[in-house]
Design a protein around this ligand. Structure first.
Ligand SMILES: NC(=O)c1ccc[n+]([C@@H]2O[C@H](COP(=O)([O-])OP(=O)(O)OC[C@H]3O[C@@H](n4cnc5c(N)ncnc54)[C@H](OP(=O)(O)O)[C@@H]3O)[C@@H](O)[C@H]2O)c1
Length: 280
């Protein structure tokens, strides 16, 4: 039986993929921070006669320690992991800079560090699966944004947009570095942009922006059910290359600065150093 681990697997795109793989007989481990959403997923699994294959793990992935504990919990209960889908996200485009209790800027911690820890931490558990895939869901390949090498926690000149764009770039470089570091790995790492999809994402935006985003979603967004179809296709039949990036079904060019190999390895070293300082 395949094991599919999905962060943000209790809502939106992650929740859609969780239901998809439960219907197809996989074991699904869904991670989220809200217990009520986890309970709702377990009820949905029961309705699909899949209660024995659904697991909800509560974790606040803004915390490096919680991400590490999650890796330990998954490794101790799953002999191997076939698919890891990284969806957990909460945009903070507005408002003041927020810092986690571990001292990381919020977007850097949730959108990037948690994905770094899970990707590397579950690598060995995935390498024993027949066709392992990591799908890092976000906005790959955007020319906007950059890594602020001298101040990645954005202690100076913070803006929510700057932090969010940095996290997009960091995830691009995470995939490139993963493929560069593990030349013999069978894991296929896919950066994935789902297009505009009608999820609960706008619910967490401030009121005027929320209303505008919901109105534009009503006009242009795809449903979650439709959006997960090409995602599942890629997860079930990943490309041969160790790292690729897609916007829905369109493959993105990798010879652009967003996917620069030297920058990827530099960010890997920097991140390793940052998270090593927080080792218990
Ligand atoms: N929707 C779109 O149009 C769109 C477009 C481009 C890219 N994307 C990308 O697609 C991915 C999924 O987005 P979505 O629209 O499906 O979002 P969503 O509906 O808001 O779902 C986000 C998920 O992340 C979880 N999450 C949030 N904060 C967390 C935390 N601190 N710890 C653990 N889990 C947390 C949420 O669970 P809890 O609430 O319980 O924490 C939820 O399950 C994101 O990476 C997003 O950037 C989406």
């Amino acid at each position: 039986m395949q094991t599919v681990v999905i962060t943000g697997g209790t809502d939106g795109l992650g929740g859609g993929l969780a239901a998809h793989y439960l219907r197809r007989g996989a074991r699904v481990v869904a991670v989220g921070s809200t217990p009520a959403k986890g309970q709702a997923l377990l009820r949905q699994a029961a309705a699909l006669s899949a209660a024995d294959r659904a697991v909800f793990l509560r974790a606040d992935l803004t915390s490096v320690t919680a991400a590490r504990e999650l890796v330990t919990a998954i490794r101790s209960t799953c002999p191997s992991v076939d698919k890891l889908v990284l969806c957990a996200q909460r945009y903070r485009l507005f408002g003041p800079r927020a810092v986690t209790p571990e001292g990381f800027e919020h977007s850097f911690a949730l959108a990037y560090l948690s994905r770094y820890i899970l990707s590397h931490g579950l690598r060995e558990a995935m390498e024993s699966a027949p066709r392992p895939v990591i799908m890092n869901v976000g906005i790959p390949g955007t020319p906007l944004g950059r890594i602020h090498w001298d101040d990645p926690q954005l202690t100076r000149r913070y803006s929510g947009t700057r932090a969010t764009l940095q996290s997009f770039r960091a995830n691009d470089l995470l995939g490139v570095a993963f493929a560069a570091l593990y030349a013999d790995t069978p894991i296929r790492y896919v950066g994935y942009h789902p297009g505009v999809v009608s999820t609960g994402m706008p619910d967490h935006l401030p009121p005027p922006v929320r209303a505008l985003t919901k109105a534009s979603f009503a006009l242009i967004a795809t449903s979650v059910t439709k959006a997960v179809t090409p995602m599942a296709r890629l997860l079930d039949d990943p490309p041969g290359e160790r790292f690729t990036a897609y916007r829905t079904t369109r493959r993105l060019p990798l010879k652009v600065p967003a996917f620069d190999r030297e920058a990827a390895l530099r960010l890997h070293r920097l991140t390793d150093e940052l998270v090593s300082r927080r080792r218990p």
